[in-house]
Design a protein around this ligand. Structure first.
Ligand code: AGP
Length: 612
C-alpha cells in the first residue's frame, strides 16, 4: 500500500517529508519521492526507485529543495513497474501541478486517451499520472485550482488519496480522498496530510479523518474541508493516544519481535476495559437484546490472518451461541452473492481497516441488509467508519507486515463478542461463562510465561531453518490455529508450508510425508488429544520429524512420542489458540532470522492490501 505525507508550514518541507516517509516504510514500497514548491523556485521534484536511503543520497548531491510546502510518497507498484519515472510525485506537462496518489484509477486508460488526443505527452506508465495531467488540462480553463480539482474528481473512477501542489498557489496544499485512507494533521502554524498517523505523530497528535468525496485545503494557518458538493465541512478531531515510541522499534531487532512481545499488554488493553465484575461489557455495540435475537446467522468475513481469526471464531461462537457461523474469505464473499439479509450479523475483521476486499465485502453485505460489525485496530479507518458498530482492538500501531498482536487481540475480542451475545441470549451455561471470563483475566499473564522462553525456538530454528516444506496439522481449534502458524512461516521465511486438518491427511497429502519431513503437530484441543497423537504416530511411522505443541498437562505423554515438544499453560478451551499462536509466531520469527530474511518487510507484501 502506498504511503503519503504532506506539509505546509514555516520550516523547510523536505526534512519533514523524508521523516514522515521513513515512518511509513513499514507499509512496504518499491520507490519514493518528494515534491516541494515555492514562489521563487516553483516545483522541485526528487524521486527514484528503491529505498528511502537512495532518495536521501540523491538529495544530498544537490542544493536543498527550497520551500515550506510539499508532498511525499512511498510507492507500492500496481500499474507500471518500479522505476524512477513511475515513482511519485507525478508532474503535469506544464510543470505547474504535482500529485501523489494512493489507490487505483480504474478509468485511467479512457482519460489518458482523451488527454493524448488533446496533445498531452505522458512520461510514465502509471494510472496516477492522468490525475496530474487532467488537473493541468482543467486548470488552464479555470481561475481557481480548486475548480480544477472538483472537475477532475468528478471524472475519476476508482480509489484515491491525493496530495496536490500547484505553482500558482504555492502556499496551499490540497488533499482529496475516496476509498483510500488520508488523515489531516493540525499543528501550530503548520498543517499535514498523511496516510496514517505514524507519519506525523512526531509533529502533532491532533488529527481528523477525511471521508470519501471530501477535499481539504491546507495552509500554515489551518485546514478547510469541503464535501463532494463543495460545501464546508466541520471535521471531528481525534487525539492520537499512543506515543512515538509505540511506532518505533524500542531496542528490538525487528518490529515483529517487538509486537510479539507486546501481545500480553495489547491483550490487557483490549480485554480489561470490557470485563467488569466478571461480565463482558461491550458499550461500543449499539445492538439491543431484540436486535441480537433477530440474528439467525453470523458471517465472519476477512482476509489473511484476520480470516484465520474467523476460522477460530467459528468454533467458539457456534459453541457459545448454537447459531450457524460462516467464515468467508472477503475476496470470495464479495463475488458469491452471499445469502445475507436483515437477520445476518456480518463481522468484518481487519487490522488495517483498509483492506479493499474486506471493504468491498462489507458494502456487499450492507447492500443485502446485513448488520455490519467490524473488529478493527486502526481507529477511524475506512472499514471502521462504514460499519454499524466497531469493536476496536487496542493493540496500538502494528508496524510489521506479519501481524501478531493485532491477530491476538482480534481473537480475544471475537471470543468476548461470542460470550457477550451468548450471555444476552441466555445460550451459555453460567459456569462455562464464568470459567471463560475468569481465564480471560489470566490470559495476558499466561501468555507472558509462553513468551519468556525463546531459547527453544532458536534451537528449533537452527535445526529446521533450511527445510523447503513444513506441514502443520491439527484438529478443531488446532486446525484453525495451524493456518496461522503456516502463514507466519511462509510470509516471513519464504519456506513453503501447508496447514492440514489432521484427519484429512490420510485422504491424500500423507503421500508427501517421507523420512525427514518436518511436521508441526498441534495437539492442545483436549477432546481430540488422542486422535492428534494417532496422527503424530501416523506421520512418524513414515519418517517425519514432529514438533508438537500441547498443553502443560499433556507434556509427559507427548514427550514420549514427538521429536520435540512445546507446551502452553492449561486454560479453558476457547482461549487455547490465544496461547498456542505465540510458539508458532516465535518459530516462524527465528527461522526467518536464521535465513536472513527481511522480517518486517517481506518481499512482495504490504501491510495493508488496498488493491484487488
Ligand atoms: C498477516 O500476517 C498478513 N500480513 C495478511 O494476511 C493480513 O492479515 C491480511 O492482508 C489482512 O489484513 P487486515 O487485517 O489489515 O485486513
Amino acid at each position: 500500500m502506498c504511503g503519503i505525507v504532506g506539509f505546509t508550514g514555516s520550516s523547510p518541507a523536505a526534512p519533514v517529508l523524508l521523516d514522515g516517509l521513513e515512518r511509513l516504510e513499514y507499509r512496504g514500497y518499491d520507490s519514493a519521492g518528494i515534491a516541494v514548491v515555492s514562489r521563487e523556485k516553483g516545483l522541485q521534484i526528487q524521486k527514484c526507485k528503491g529505498r528511502l536511503r537512495t532518495l536521501r543520497q540523491r538529495l544530498e548531491g544537490i542544493p536543498p529543495l527550497e520551500g515550506t510546502v510539499g508532498i511525499g510518497h512511498t510507492r507500492w507498484a500496481t500499474h507500471g513497474e518500479p522505476n524512477d519515472v513511475n515513482s511519485h510525485p507525478h508532474v503535469s506537462q506544464s510543470g505547474r501541478v504535482a500529485i501523489v496518489h494512493n489507490g487505483i484509477i480504474e478509468n485511467y486508460v479512457e482519460i489518458k486517451e482523451f488527454l493524448l488526443h488533446k496533445g498531452v505527452r505522458f512520461r510514465s506508465d502509471t494510472d496516477s499520472e492522468v490525475i496530474a495531467q487532467l488537473l493541468d488540462y482543467y486548470f488552464t480553463g479555470s481561475e481557481d485550482v480548486l475548480d480544477a480539482v472538483y472537475h477532475v474528481l468528478a471524472r475519476l473512477e476508482g480509489a484515491y488519496a491525493l496530495g496536490i501542489l500547484c505553482t500558482d498557489e504555492p502556499e496551499r496544499l490540497i488533499a482529496a480522498r475516496k476509498d483510500a485512507p488520508l488523515l489531516l494533521g493540525y499543528g501550530e502554524g503548520e498543517s499535514f496530510i498523511a496516510s496514517d498517523a505514524t507519519a506525523i505523530i512526531a509533529h502533532t497528535r491532533d488529527v481528523a479523518y477525511m471521508e470519501d468525496g471530501e477535499v481539504a485545503v491546507l495552509t500554515p494557518d489551518g485546514i478547510s474541508v469541503f464535501d463532494q458538493y463543495r460545501r464546508p465541512v466541520e471535521k471531528a478531531h481525534h487525539f492520537i493516544q499512543w506515543d512515538v515510541s509505540a511506532a518505533e522499534k524500542g531496542g528490538y531487532a525487528h518490529f515483529m519481535f517487538k509486537e510479539i512481545m507486546e501481545q500480553p499488554e495489547a491483550l490487557r488493553q483490549t480485554i480489561s476495559p470490557r470485563l467488569r465484575n466478571g461480565e463482558v461489557v461491550l458499550d461500543e455495540l449499539d445492538l439491543t437484546d431484540e436486535d441480537l435475537r433477530r440474528f439467525q446467522r453470523i458471517y465472519l468475513v476477512a482476509c489473511g490472518s484476520s480470516y484465520h481469526v474467523g476460522m477460530l471464531g467459528k468454533y467458539n461462537l457456534e459453541r457459545f451461541l448454537r447459531l450457524p457461523v460462516e467464515v468467508c474469505l472477503a475476496s470470495e464473499f464479495r463475488y458469491s452473492a452471499p445469502l445475507v439479509d436483515e437477520r445476518s450479523l456480518v463481522v468484518v475483521i481487519s487490522q488495517s481497516g483498509e483492506t479493499l476486499d474486506s471493504m468491498a465485502a462489507l458494502r456487499e453485505a450492507r447492500s443485502q441488509g446485513g448488520y455490519i460489525l467490524s473488529i478493527v485496530n486502526v481507529v477511524g479507518s475506512s472499514i471502521a467508519r462504514e460499519s454499524d458498530s466497531v469493536l476496536y482492538t487496542w493493540a496500538g500501531p502494528e508496524i510489521a507486515v506479519a501481524t501478531t498482536k493485532a491477530y491476538s487481540t482480534q481473537l480475544a475480542l471475537l471470543t468476548m463478542l461470542g460470550l457477550y451475545m451468548a450471555r444476552k441470549l441466555g445460550r451459555i451455561d453460567p459456569a462455562e461463562y464464568a470459567a471463560v471470563t475468569g481465564e480471560l483475566t489470566l490470559l495476558p499473564g499466561k501468555l507472558e510465561t509462553v513468551l519468556a522462553g525463546t531459547d527453544t525456538y532458536q534451537y528449533l530454528a537452527s535445526r529446521y531453518f533450511n527445510r523447503d516444506c513444513v506441514f502443520f496439522i491439527g484438529r478443531n481449534l488446532d486446525y484453525a490455529l495451524g493456518l496461522e502458524g503456516s502463514l507466519k512461516l511462509k510470509e516471513i521465511s519464504y519456506i513453503h508450508s501447508e496447514s492440514y486438518a489432521a484427519g484429512e491427511l490420510k485422504h491424500g497429502t500423507i503421500s508427501l510425508i517421507e523420512p525427514g519431513t518436518l511436521v508441526v503437530a498441534l495437539a492442545t484441543y483436549e477432546p481430540l488429544f488422542d486422535k492428534a497423537v494417532s496422527n503424530i504416530v501416523e506421520v512418524k511411522s513414515r519418517g517425519a520429524e514432529v514438533v508438537a505443541l500441547t498443553t502443560e498437562s499433556h507434556r509427559e505423554r507427548m514427550e514420549k512420542i514427538a521429536t520435540h515438544t512445546l507446551t502452553i499453560p492449561d486454560t479453558v478451551t476457547p482461549l487455547l489458540p490465544n496461547l498456542g499462536v505465540a510458539p508458532l509466531q516465535l518459530f516462524a520469527y527465528y527461522i526467518a532470522l536464521q535465513r536472513g530474511c527481511d522480517i518486517d518487510k517481506p518481499k512482495n507484501l504490504a501491510k495493508s492490501v488496498t488493491v484487488e
